[in-house]
Write a protein that binds this ligand. Structure first.
Ligand code: 5GP
Length: 190
């Protein structure tokens, strides 16, 4: 049986990364897709682990060769998911998570309507801004750009199959686990 495809999106700084890290530690059989990006690596990020860091030219070539299941420009950088990686993983019966932004999520849902989409919501815009600043990884300009996206993203979040508010990490984690458990039960029940 093929694996399930999950799309997880949410506003930047919403704590998606931490949530997913904990979730994957508890569910090591589930795989997280590694995207290609033209963004420069942040401190500690490794090529092939966090992302495949590629040039804009190489990224464009992959677009022209129709290699991406989805791709999008976000905050001035290109991000994309390779079709071959998704197909191979699902065909092995492995459940796969795409941690992507909302434009890409829409493209995946159109191409693969069976994908399960989950949107992670911030408790409030103020909280989100504080988290972005607390990260100390982006310039003021980058933070402003990202906050600009937030309202549009929340609007898009309404089209997702599930929404989780990341107010308390352990609650969000439990909600996420429940979605996966109910999907597994559905599969088992046939
Ligand atoms: P960051 O630069 O903070 O790692 O990611 C910025 C945004 O790009 C996040 O919302 C992240 O989910 C999204 N992203 C990462 N990989 C992909 C991808 O392959 N496709 C799309 N559409 N978005 C991605």
């Amino acid at each position: 049986m093929k694996g399930n495809l999950y799309i997880i999106a949410g506003c930047s700084g919403v704590g998606k990364g931490t949530l997913l890290k904990l979730f994957l530690e508890k569910n090591p059989e589930i795989k997280l897709s590694v995207s290609a990006t033209t963004r420069a690596p942040r401190e500690g990020e490794k090529d092939g682990i966090n992302y495949f860091f590629v040039s804009r030219d190489d990224f464009k070539k992959s677009v022209d060769n129709n290699e991406f299941l989805e791709w999008a420009e976000f905050s001035g950088n290109l991000y994309g998911t390779k079709k071959s990686f998704v197909e191979k993983t699902l065909n092995k019966g492995i459940d796969l998570i795409l941690e992507i932004e909302v434009q890409g999520a829409k493209q995946v849902k159109t191409a693969m309507p069976e994908a399960i989409s989950i949107f992670i919501m911030p408790p409030s815009i103020e909280e989100l801004e504080a988290r972005l600043r607390g990260r100390h990884t982006e310039s003021e300009e980058a933070i402003q750009k990202r906050l600009h996206e937030v309202n549009r993203e929340i609007e898009e979040g309404k089209n997702f199959d599930y929404r989780i508010i990341n107010d308390k990490l352990e609650n969000a984690l439990l909600n996420l686990q429940n979605i996966f458990n109910s999907k597994r039960k559905e599969n088992a029940d046939g």
